[in-house]
Design a protein around this ligand. Sequence first.
Ligand SMILES: [Zn+2]
Length: 193
Amino acid sequence: MWAWLRHWIGRLPTLPYVDNDGWIHGDGVELYPSKRGTPLTTPRGEPLAIIWHYTATAPGTAKSLAERITGLPVGDERSVSWHLLIGVDGVIRQSLPLTWGGWHCSAGRIDGYRVNKCTIGIELEGYGDRSPTAQVDAARHMMRLVHLRYGIARSRLALGHRDYDPDRRDDPGDLWQPILTQLAESVAPLRSV
Ligand SMILES: [Zn+2]
């Protein structure tokens, strides 16, 4: 009986959690620390929203993209960075702590802050034309995690790059936007204290 119990407890996945520095730990999450960002200056230094993107690269490129911005010096190339990259296989690769701003959406403001200075940028591997179950599940987990950790309102969990830069950007695209909106609506509302 107890050997059986120990066996199964040992097989339980580690649920992802966010540490005090804004890094996510747990099964299915890999860290690729980058210096391409700056600490948030929002109240409590916490993010106010999620901005969703797609990478516009082929499936299978997520790891090399994450490795690339880890190795690049600050300000090099096009100075792009993001917090999380979710692969088509559901693997989550984190490049910036969630308490930092990155360089993923240069237009727009939220609560008076530039979008890059107050949001979490999440990239979906691919062209936005496919939504594999593993990728949707990982998106749901990250949305819930961020909602619980930072109390971000559900209306701010599914914002897209195109909401802030519609003339130049379409991501996360017509397939993913309704999926993300539905995921945000399904996140359990926080209990008011
Ligand atoms: Zn984008």
